[in-house]
Design a protein around this ligand. Structure first.
Ligand code: FES
Ligand SMILES: [Fe+2]
Length: 455
């Protein structure tokens, strides 16, 4: 058998295809797995606030079956789904002033898991001494977050900069994907797919700027990495920056055509996490800020121009951030115009990294997975992983931006590539050291241009 599995070197070699399995160190999310322990060091959004009303919500997160509820006093509880008496699900429980009562025999639990009473079993001595498995929760920005790690390592709740933004225009969502969570995050740092999946295949999803291949790059940050897409668009140099914040949060810059004048437009309208349900399922949860919901406000240069030209932004195909992000469309439609969801789900329940043939353009994917692996090993060694927020005093910057500035084309393609490189490096440096707030002007920038700086 040994000679059966080889690197394929000739046509019709299917019999010799590699049969490698998944990288379980990265893929597993359950309790007592290295990846699961790593993920349990972070706060994760687990549900939309709007979904937790007067009934308990059954959830599966990180391979654990849970029930989330809001008691009649307004406090949130996140408990193991199965009652510790005889295992009935608390999703059928009765919500009380101070917790939830199991439907079967009425055992009553506080939001922190304390067993308050056992009304049907007055002789039981558990009340006040038995604690059902519970996790702390926090509610902010229309999302409910949970921390499922060791209590003595609970980090501060992260104060991301976008929590301070105006919430107007946000559409919150939670979208399931039947695949390992890393597949949806690989997609966020895979900038090359914008050219083919969203432009050649779809033709309508991104702007004309994306019809040219961009130079892509990655840079490490204090909390993860940013990726850049830099290209010339006519008289402009156009640099787009997206952020990946460890372990599973991404912030995406606006869709932009690079034809306006703007520096550090930092309104990243898409903010979302990918949260594992188990090894083979996850959900993407967060929000899009939809231009059509902001009739009196600027969202970005491209959208402003489209609006001024009389286009309806709500139905505008290039500004429909929801296209292809879930499995709701028909199979035939998804085959005709596949979206991100179709690409990452089609990689399989757990994508097998060992079967990939990566190229230099996949560098951000390699680096991101390497960061996950380093974090998993740091936790296994008793250390804090990169990206863990602890005792922070100011908002954490999340960096997504667009910049389009009029710098005349150099005389040769090589010189212009070097010029684009120079602008990109300067923009990244200013992004990371905070001097973006002072704006940016290239020495060769056209004098007559008026350039706006956001934030
Ligand atoms: S199974 Fe829950 S109270 Fe008996
Ligand atoms: Fe995409």
């Amino acid at each position: 058998m040994a000679e059966r599995y080889q690197t394929l070197k000739r046509a019709y070699s299917g019999y010799h295809r590699n049969q490698a399995g998944p990288n379980l160190e990265l893929a597993q999310v359950g309790p007592d797995t290295p990846g699961g322990e790593y993920l349990r060091r972070f706060w994760h959004p687990i549900e939309l606030s709007s979904s937790v009303q007067d009934r308990p919500v059954a959830l599966r997160v990180l391979g654990e079956d849970l029930v989330l509820f809001r008691d009649l006093s307004g406090n949130l509880g996140l408990l193991d789904k199965h009652c510790p008496h005889r295992g009935a699900s608390l999703e059928f429980g009765k919500i009380t002033e101070c917790g939830i009562q199991c439907c079967y025999h009425g055992w009553h639990f506080a939001c922190d898991g304390t067993l308050l009473e056992t009304p049907v079993h007055p002789d039981a001595r558990y009340a006040g001494r038995l604690f059902h498995a519970a996790y702390p929760v926090r509610e902010t920005a229309g999302l409910i977050f949970a921390y499922m790690g060791p209590p003595d390592r609970t980090p501060d709740f992260p104060h991301f900069d976008f929590f301070d933004d105006d919430v107007e225009g946000r559409i919150l969502y939670k979208r399931p994907s039947p695949c390992n969570w890393i597949q949806t995050r690989d997609n966020e740092v895979d900038n090359d797919h914008g050219y083919f999946l969203h432009t050649v295949m779809a033709g309508i999803q991104l702007t004309t700027a994306h019809q040219e291949l961009a130079k892509i790059n990655l840079f490490e940050t204090h909390s993860g990495l940013i990726t850049t897409q830099s290209r010339r668009v006519g008289k402009n140099i156009f640099v787009r920056i997206n952020a990946m914040i460890l372990p599973n949060l991404s912030r995406i810059a606006c869709i932009e055509d690079g034809q306006g004048n703007m520096v550090f437009d930092r309104r990243g309208p898409i903010v979302h996490w990918s949260v594992p349900v188990d090894d083979e399922n996850c959900f993407v949860i967060g929000w899009n800020t939809v231009a059509a919901n902001l009739p009196d406000k600027k969202l970005n240069a491209y959208m402003d121009r489209e609006r001024a030209a009389g286009h309806d932004l709500y139905t505008h195909p290039q500004l429909n951030f929801t296209f292809g992000q879930d499995g709701e469309r028909s199979y035939a439609e998804r085959q005709r115009i596949p979206g991100d969801w179709d690409a990452w789900v089609s990689q399989g329940p757990i994508h097998i990294h060992a079967l990939e043939h990566l190229v230099p353009g996949d560098g951000a994917i390699v680096r991101y997975r390497g960061m996950l692996r380093d974090g998993i090993r740091a936790v296994a060694a008793g250390e804090d992983p990169k990206g863990l927020v602890s005792r922070v005093t100011r908002p954490l910057e999340t960096y997504a931006s667009n910049t389009a500035i009029p710098v005349p084309q150099a005389s040769t393609l090589a010189d212009d590539a070097a010029l684009i490189d120079e602008v990109e490096r300067e923009l990244v440096a200013r992004t990371l050291d905070g001097t973006y707030r002072d704006g940016y002007r290239h020495p060769r920038q056209e004098q007559e241009s008026s350039v706006e700086t956001d934030r």
